[in-house]
Design a protein around this ligand. Structure first.
Ligand code: NAD
Length: 250
């Protein structure tokens, strides 16, 4: 039986790399896309059944090239994971238009462009899309005007895609991860923020890359064949709780 093909963006490290390895362990082949060529080459060393594509998902020309490379390599696409993302935390007053656009162009434009370009292949395969948003798209907080708004956009975009592509058998779901100790998060999480997350999360800890990846690969699998249009938090319970958790624990 031929291998199923997944395309994972932001696959050079963090959640994208962990997800790539989980797909490989389940017998898939993976097109690993990232704009950091050096880190992508290192990450793919020793991995079998992968194709590395060093491109930027926020650039329409690059996106067309990514899909052409996937067609030349495998001829089909069963799952698209729009995981590439950037984080930039700052007050609204200090978020100029250039800073806003830098976040939007990868986090929101990239998801739109990649999904649209991959749609014909996904429709042919009756495949699945998983878009990675964030708990910051579900709940507003300080310093996240661009990041949080981009992720809220990803959540709604996912539901638009699910509504339109369902008739072609394409399922689209969205995951909102809680905090994970990746390079992206650690660049913006101070010790105060880390402590506050531990207080506010019922499970009392950060998640791991694999804990997010397991839900992504599940949503791309046949086991999730009747799941579409969903926004699923994978966050140790953060989204479901209100105030008072640290006091109750005490
Ligand atoms: P990471 O920084 O470890 O990995 C992100 C990867 O995406 C990097 O390799 C980077 O080079 C790549 N990338 C960024 N912009 C790109 C672009 N325009 N084109 C191609 N590649 C690009 O980050 P991570 O923590 O693994 O994050 C993965 C996703 O999960 C992101 O969408 C992020 O917003 C989301 N997320 C992360 C957390 C967390 O706490 N780590 C929480 C919620 C959501």
């Amino acid at each position: 039986m031929s291998r199923k093909t997944a395309l994972v963006t932001g696959a050079a490290r963090g959640i994208g790399l962990a997800t790539t390895k989980l797909f490989l362990a389940e017998g898939w082949q993976v097109a690993m896309v990232d704009r950091d060529c050096e880190e992508l080459a290192q990450a793919s060393e020793g991995l079998e059944n992968v194709k590395t594509i060093c491109r930027d998902v926020s650039q329409a020309g690059d996106v067309e090239a990514i899909i052409t490379e996937v067609i030349d390599w495998s001829g089909e696409l069963d799952a698209l994971v729009n995981n590439a993302g950037v984080a930039d935390f700052g007050p609204i007053d200090e978020t100029d238009f250039a800073r806003w656009r830098t976040v939007m162009e990868t986090n929101l434009d990239g998801v739109f462009l990649m999904s649209q370009a991959a749609a014909p292949l996904l429709q042919k395969a009756r495949g699945a899309v998983v878009n990675i948003a964030s708990i910051s798209g579900l709940r507003a907080s300080t310093l996240r005007v661009a990041y949080g708004t981009s992720k809220a956009g990803v959540m709604h975009l996912s539901q638009q895609q699910a509504a339109e592509w369902g008739e072609h058998g394409v399922r689209v779901n969205c995951i909102c991860p809680g905090p994970v100790r990746t390079k992206l998060a650690m660049a913006v999480h101070t010790q105060d923020i880390i402590d506050a997350y531990h207080d506010a999360i019922p499970l009392g800890r950060y998640g791991s890359e694999e804990e997010i990846g397991n839900v992504i690969t599940f949503l791309c699998s046949e086991k999730a064949s009747y799941v579409t249009g969903q926004v699923i938090s994978v966050d140790g319970g953060f989204q479901s709780t209100g105030i008072g958790l640290p006091s109750l624990r005490g």
